[in-house]
Design a protein around this ligand. Sequence first.
Ligand code: NDP
Length: 318
Amino acid sequence: MEYCRCGKSGLKLPALSLGLWHNFSDKDIFANCQQIIWKAFDAGITHFDLANNYGPPPGSAEKNFGLLLKNDLKAYRDELIISTKAGYDMWPGPYGNWGSRKYLLSSLDQSLQRMKLEYVDIFYSHRPDPETPLEETMGALDHAVRSGKALYAGISNYPAEKTAQAAKILKELGTPCLIHQPKYSMFERWVEGGLLDVLEETGMGCIAFSPLAQGLLTNKYLGGIPVGSRAEKSHGALNANQITPERLKQIEALNQLAADRGQSLAQMAIAWLLKDSRVTSVLIGASSVNQLDDNLLALKKIQFNYDELEKIELIIKS
Ligand code: NDP
């Protein structure tokens, strides 16, 4: 595993990190979750990403991860980077959502309790809140760090301009923003319109989520929608109607290009993100050890020649 410095901080993150948004809920098989986490850690994936609402039901991924930690990884706490977030709907009433100090700090306490942890390594504001003053949300992240319940602060899904403002506020408070977690893949390029530049200027790291576009950037949907896949599950976040004939044509072409490079499409999609030095880590999901094995091999070949990059652009724009 390669470990990359997160922005201008002292922290290094693995080139591949594992997210528990899907596949670690009460609806999933615990033994499979355990195998995935073991495999990941053995392969050098030291960073596991959670959020208060991951499930279903919300909170169950943190609860299950807490059990895995207690059973298997407790002795390795200092070798792990564990993150959580608050920002989406979590409990009823006006204090269980968005970006108030009340919500963020109560949610962090609940997350620690579910995971049976004394602290998380990174605590994120999961999304910008258009109504709460940014100073209040950033003040809550600063407080979380000062209270010792989080080691670093992060933000997710913030547009470029708001990211620059958040970075300024946190710097003034003395808790520099460690990292931004945006959606970024060959199929989702919004970060290239200014955010990556802001992250470089402010010294923040970048961890790209849904790098495989939830499975679209693999070969799994080329022969139809497999049973048990995210697009097939009732609680999956990938809608089957996103798998259009046009999309499938692009996926076919990318799959062929990956084969020409001697890689699977999943591996090429991960490598494509890692070619940019501003991307600290690629945050994958996996529903099996086999998928994780496949994805780990991406690190064997992350270089692209000009011709390959041009071909990718042509396919994506077709
Ligand atoms: P991916 O784009 O990596 O999608 C993961 C899914 O792709 C897997 O569940 C699996 O689908 C499929 N897959 C993975 N590897 C392979 C493979 N080699 N071959 C075939 N299929 C494969 O990431 P996610 O969308 O899961 O997001 C990753 C993490 O990012 C989350 O767990 C979370 O931590 C974070 N995230 C953050 C958000 C935020 O707002 N900050 C929002 C969303 C995610 P299947 O289950 O069908 O087998």
